[in-house]
Each structure stands twice: as structure tokens, then as C-alpha cells.
Design a protein around this ligand. Structure first.
Ligand code: ATP
Ligand code: ZN
Length: 297
């Protein structure tokens, strides 16, 4: 299969923790993906010059760095592990996507009652992320033996391969089920959009820019809310102070209510009940919070 050079290519995980949300992101960006069987290796967007490539997450940085795909969605853990093995930058992170959050942690047998990083000195630590672990140990001045495993790292202590492990954790349930407990944070990760640093030709780079603008819009929209409220004019400074992540709210007079105004603002951070309570205490009334469907800055 030789890629069609008139179209952009984006690598996403074929099946796994990032696949559903990677596809959803593209749908939210308005792309209509051609239906294909679960085993398809690629899919076309019907209304944008983009082809998706479905690959293993570990292969995504290579595809993007080599320019086979101009864009990709991958965990920062996989990206950073790959980048640490390069002699020059070939791939860059362009946006954090807010999903696939997890953390690379060192875990010890849960029978251990006390832990100190120095206890890792001279020990064997099993991991699928040898470069991230080596950097962490280096930064902490610890010399230990790194045992690289491709999977099932949490079994290493039971198999006598290593006393400690360094693995991805989100809830900690897998560690617990294997008699392990997290003792140190090595790297926090979430899914990111990456792009190749290989030069992309003119018409292509316009398509990349257009897609990135749409994706930025999706990310911004996910957290943003539109707030409308009424307030006495003198409460405006206090109210603007409380509105989370709002720039220059619109203030309009209310007919028949001198000294009162309506305030409208886009808030680019989460709006909690506590925020509404604070607004009310500051003098606001008739507060409406609405989702934003699309946004382009
Ligand atoms: P592949 O077949 O594509 O190689 P995989 O088994 O290596 O799949 P997944 O387990 O699907 O990968 O994880 C993909 C990514 O999801 C991870 O690299 C990480 O960025 C993220 N992730 C989020 N939570 C977790 C978690 N609890 N454990 C592992 N990865 C997680
Ligand atoms: Zn993988």
C-alpha cells in the first residue's frame, strides 16, 4: 500500500485504550469516517483529505517521525520514550488531548512497610520504558539494573525477574491484584497530537493547519461553557473576577431595570456549582450555563 500523497495521513491506535477517543476526537472535528471492518488498516475521511492509519501505539512515533504519517495521536509516555532514543528531534507534540491519562510509577511489593528512593540502588527494576526509567534514576543519582520487558511487567516480581517494577498506572487495581503498591512517580502522561518535523509541502501544510485549527476548537470546546447572568452594575468587578478563564465579558443594559446589566462570557475552564454559588453571593441572578457546540478562535 503506497500512501496517496494528495491526502494527509494520521496514525491512531488500532485497538486499545486510546482508539475510541482518538476516533471520537476526529468525529467531533467534523470528519466523517468511511465505515470499514474492525480489521481494516486504514480508513478515509469522506469530507476531508485525510486517511487514518490504524497501527499499534508503539509504532506511531516512528510513522510520524519518518513522515509516513504527518500526524498522529499517542500517549506522552510512548512519545517521550521514543524521543529519548533520538539524536535529533523528528517529531513534536502539538496539543494535549485530555484523555488517556495515566502515570508511569515505580511499584514495590506491598509487604514493604517503608520506602525510600535510595532503596532502589543496586536493585533490578522491570519496565517497558527503559529510557524514561533511566532518566529518572539518573536525575535521582541512583544506579540500578533495568530489565526491559515488552509486557506483563507486573508479573516480574512473582517470577523472580526483578524486585521492583516501573509501569503505567491509572487506578492502581492491577498493581494491587499483583501484590504491588506504587512508591514513586516517574512520568505523568496523557494522549497528545503529534506532527512530523519533516518538511511538509505547501498545499499539504495548509491541510495540516486547517485540521489543527479544528482540533484546537474541539479541545477548547470540551471544557468551555457559555455563561449568561444578570447583575447590578456595581457587582461587575467582583463577578468578572470569579468567572473562570473568561476574557472580556460582554455587558448589556437591561431594559426597565436601571443599574442592572446582563453579562455574557465564554469560560474556558470548568464551571462548578461552587462557582455559581460564589457568583450569586457576589450579586448575580438568573445564571445560565450553556455548553458550546463549536468554537474557532
Ligand atoms: P498496542 O496493541 O497498540 O501496542 P498497548 O497494549 O501497548 O496496545 P494500551 O494498553 O491500549 O496499549 O495503552 C495505550 C496507551 O494508553 C498507553 O501507552 C498510555 O498512554 C495510555 N493509558 C492510559 N491508561 C493506562 C493504563 N492504566 N495502563 C496502560 N496504559 C494506559
Ligand atoms: Zn503498545
Amino acid at each position: 500500500m503506497s500512501p496517496d500523497r494528495n491526502r494527509l495521513h494520521m496514525a491512531i491506535q488500532k485497538s486499545g485504550r486510546l482508539s475510541d477517543q482518538s476516533r471520537q476526537l476526529l468525529k467531533d472535528a467534523g470528519l466523517r469516517l468511511a465505515q470499514g471492518g474492525k480489521n481494516n488498516l486504514s480508513a478515509r475521511a469522506e469530507n476531508f483529505p485525510l486517511d487514518l492509519m490504524f497501527v499499534r501505539d508503539d509504532d506511531i512515533p516512528t510513522f510520524v517521525a519518518d513522515g509516513v504519517c504527518e500526524l498522529g495521536v499517542v500517549g506522552q509516555n510512548v512519545l517521550e520514550e521514543y524521543t529519548l532514543g533520538l539524536t535529533e528531534p523528528r517529531i513534536e507534540e502539538v496539543a494535549r488531548l485530555g484523555f488517556g491519562k495515566c502515570s508511569l510509577k515505580i511499584a514495590a511489593p506491598d509487604s514493604l512497610t517503608y520506602f525510600n528512593l535510595k532503596m532502589l540502588a543496586g536493585q533490578r527494576i522491570a519496565t517497558s520504558y527503559p529510557r524514561l526509567l533511566a532518566r529518572f534514576l539518573d536525575n535521582n543519582g541512583i544506579e540500578a539494573d533495568i530489565v526491559t520487558m515488552r509486557g506483563a511487567v507486573e508479573l516480574a516480581p512473582r517470577l523472580g525477574i526483578a524486585r521492583f517494577i516501573c509501569d503505567l498506572v491509572s487506578t492502581g487495581a492491577t498493581l494491587e491484584a499483583n501484590g504491588l503498591a506504587p512508591v514513586a512517580d516517574v512520568f505523568d502522561s496523557e494522549a497528545v497530537l503529534v506532527r512530523t518535523l519533516k518538511p511538509v509541502d505547501g498545499p499539504h501544510s495548509e491541510k495540516v493547519a486547517a485540521l489543527l485549527t479544528r482540533i484546537d476548537g474541539v479541545i477548547a470546546t470540551a471544557e468551555s461553557k457559555y455563561i449568561v447572568l444578570n447583575a447590578p452594575e456595581e457587582a461587575l468587578p467582583a463577578i468578572t473576577e470569579i468567572l473562570p478563564g473568561a476574557e472580556a465579558p460582554t455587558v448589556v443594559p437591561l431594559i426597565g431595570r436601571p443599574g442592572h446589566v446582563a453579562v455574557q462570557a465564554v469560560c474556558q475552564e470548568s464551571v462548578f456549582w461552587e462557582t455559581l454559588e460564589k457568583l450569586k453571593r457576589a450579586g448575580a441572578s438568573a445564571i445560565l450555563v450553556m455548553p458550546i457546540e463549536k468554537m474557532m478562535m
